[in-house]
Design a protein around this ligand. Structure first.
Ligand SMILES: Cc1cc2nc3c(=O)[nH]c(=O)nc-3n(C[C@H](O)[C@H](O)[C@H](O)COP(=O)(O)O)c2cc1C
Length: 185
């Protein structure tokens, strides 16, 4: 592991003005000095087809390479119908296959989420955690970062303007970095 950690940030939304993409961009500013966050955009990842898992499209191969190259993963998930958006689950499935070639294996991971609703993706995050356990990822437990009423927390340029959310993201990232270094010992 190099002295500076690389965290791969993945937002589960393709929306241009996605609050979760904005949250990832905020995280890039809040990450500890000894780490950096690179963002992988899920735009262009096709629907998973198991017929193609042995010869996946180039974008999936690249996605899997970026996951493997990263020291840790940061998911920013929206909540769709009390669950993860299909876009994120689809991408997670691609990178977990074929059997025996799970790119997520053994990766430290942290999760956060933003929603205009009052629970800030609490239910989606609750369902994401056991999925990450199945993938043999090592999830940071705390703090839980739920950016509720997201439309009030970002300005018109997409900047996070809520100090409490900033502090939580900062703490989550510090814990992810500490966790990653601890697991590598
Ligand atoms: C199909 C669909 C289902 C949704 N279900 C929920 C939900 O269960 N809980 C919630 O807080 N917001 C829900 N929303 C609203 C999303 O939180 C909102 O669209 C949010 O902006 C999506 O994240 P993004 O800004 O990163 O794209 C839903 C939106 C869509 C399109």
């Amino acid at each position: 592991m190099s002295s500076s950690l690389t965290i791969l940030g993945i937002a589960g939304s393709l929306r241009q003005a996605s609050y979760n993409r904005m949250a990832l961009r905020a995280a890039q500013q809040l990450v500890p000095e000894d780490a950096k966050i690179e963002i992988f955009d899920l735009q262009g990842i096709p629907l998973f087809n198991q017929d193609q898992e042995l010869t996946p499209p180039a974008i999936v191969t690249d996605f899997k390479r970026r996951i493997r190259a990263a020291d840790a993963i940061l998911f920013a998930t929206p909540e769709y119908s009390y669950n993860l958006p299909g876009v994120l689950k689809n991408a997670i499935d691609w990178a977990s296959r074929p059997y025996g070639d799970n790119s997520w294996n053994d990766k430290p991971v942290a999760i956060m989420g933003a929603s205009p609703g009052l629970l800030g993706t609490a239910r989606a995050q609750l369902l994401l955690r056991p999925l990450l356990t199945f993938l043999n990822m090592h999830t940071v437990n705390q703090p839980e970062v739920m950016i509720a009423k997201a439309h009030e927390k970002f300005d018109a340029s997409g900047n996070l303007i809520d100090e409490a959310s900033k502090k939580l993201i900062q703490q989550l990232l510090q814990n992810l970095v500490d966790w990653t270094r601890r697991l590598a010992r």
